[in-house]
Design a protein around this ligand. Sequence first.
Ligand code: NAG
Ligand code: NAG
Ligand code: NAG
Ligand code: NAG
Ligand code: NAG
Ligand code: NAG
Ligand code: NAG
Ligand code: NAG
Ligand code: NAG
Length: 347
Amino acid sequence: MAAALTLLLIGSLLQGALCGEFRASIPQKMEVLSGSCVTIPCSFNITAEHKSNLDNTCKAVWIKDPKTVVFASTFSNPNPKNGELIGNLTKKDCTTTLNNITTDYNKSYFIFRVECNNKLIYSFNKQKLCISVNADPPSPTLTPSTLKVKEGDSVSLSCSAPAPCLSHPPTLTWTPDLGGSQETLQDNQDKTKVKISNVTFTASHLHHRKEISCTAVYNKQDGGPASSVSTSLTADISYSPQHITVSVNPSGPVLEGRNVSLTCSSTANPAVRNYTWYRADGGQETFIGIGAVLSLNVSKKDSSFFCKAENDIGVGRSNLSQIDVQCMYYISKVLCFIKQAYFKRLI
Ligand SMILES: *[C@@H]1O[C@H](CO)[C@@H](O)[C@H](O)[C@H]1NC(C)=O
Ligand SMILES: *[C@@H]1O[C@H](CO)[C@@H](O)[C@H](O)[C@H]1NC(C)=O
Ligand SMILES: *[C@@H]1O[C@H](CO)[C@@H](O)[C@H](O)[C@H]1NC(C)=O
Ligand SMILES: *[C@@H]1O[C@H](CO)[C@@H](O)[C@H](O)[C@H]1NC(C)=O
Ligand SMILES: *[C@@H]1O[C@H](CO)[C@@H](O)[C@H](O)[C@H]1NC(C)=O
Ligand SMILES: *[C@@H]1O[C@H](CO)[C@@H](O)[C@H](O)[C@H]1NC(C)=O
Ligand SMILES: *[C@@H]1O[C@H](CO)[C@@H](O)[C@H](O)[C@H]1NC(C)=O
Ligand SMILES: *[C@@H]1O[C@H](CO)[C@@H](O)[C@H](O)[C@H]1NC(C)=O
Ligand SMILES: *[C@@H]1O[C@H](CO)[C@@H](O)[C@H](O)[C@H]1NC(C)=O
């Protein structure tokens, strides 16, 4: 008895699942650009008794609530001017493109209806799609929305823009051209489409404080001007000191025993923490001081310098900077000439 009841229960459960019911699956809302089209992802189920009625006499009808027919496919003409049935009704796919959406459609509800040359005529009015018509497309979305990385890091950015009209998807471009972007058209959970462009590049100090933007261009169906919208971020790239240069004041020849001031400058992010100075004599590096500015009483052996700049990321050095040290007009002059002659012979 209990077994029979269980069987009965299972049987009716199975029947319930197999029987099917009238139900359409469409998005609850879609944002559309005026003058463009909208491709509505749509699938449906019917009761089992109507299974054989779903044949090639059936047409897809879209109704703007309460009763304006905005699109009706026919077997002889599945693509009337105002739209296109993309799906195959016999496969319960009612995906449809509605062309040339005007602001008359703004904030309207749309219902799918199947109409066959038999008993199967049904409006799926429990599921309604609300269409919002916008004069401008939405801005694309950048992921991540901020960029703070180290020079040399590999960076991946993703830009996504809704693609409500299948025949006129947006084109996505990156500025500056970061090279090698990959585009895909992906499904959202409600089966509406989104265009995604991914780009991967190596962060360089050249990108620091530069704007990176993704622009979506939507061409319209009605021949109106294309709409272009963009989203951008400002790159913050930390990098070790670059372009390290030494300037000498006074420039030009200096008399031995006079002070010169040496200034080390560079670009770095974060800022340089300390500058250090070195004398380069015969392949040897001798530490001579710290600070961006160094005051030095020059002698013949001090004619070649460089500086190092250091920040949290790393350290870099300048090229060698030569000072033309001239001899003084007094006793040491002779000594100086001898040193100079010796120095010249070395070169
Ligand atoms: C139609 O029925 C199948 C099987 O029960 C189910 O997987 C599918 O989600 C249903 N589709 C809709 C639109 O209800
Ligand atoms: C729709 O699907 C049916 C059944 O799979 C197939 O026979 C028919 O050719 C398809 N129609 C179109 C227009 O692709
Ligand atoms: C559509 O309706 C919304 C809300 O009523 C309004 O904000 C929007 O401007 C309308 N769109 C157009 C293109 O008129
Ligand atoms: C693009 O990037 C997103 C986020 O990182 C990722 O989920 C997606 O799979 C990527 N797509 C392609 C085609 O690389
Ligand atoms: C859209 O509408 C405009 C003006 O109403 C018309 O000129 C154009 O041909 C239409 N385009 C389509 C694809 O129906
Ligand atoms: C250092 O010297 C090299 C070779 O002469 C030159 O290409 C480079 O620009 C110099 N660096 C700086 C910071 O002046
Ligand atoms: C540089 O050093 C020499 C020797 O120590 C000294 O005589 C001279 O006054 C110094 N010059 C300056 C500008 O300090
Ligand atoms: C420069 O800063 C680094 C890091 O704090 C430190 O290790 C180094 O000793 C400093 N150099 C000088 C000359 O102060
Ligand atoms: C010359 O440089 C030394 C350090 O090398 C400094 O102590 C002195 O004050 C400087 N003299 C002048 C006149 O700038």
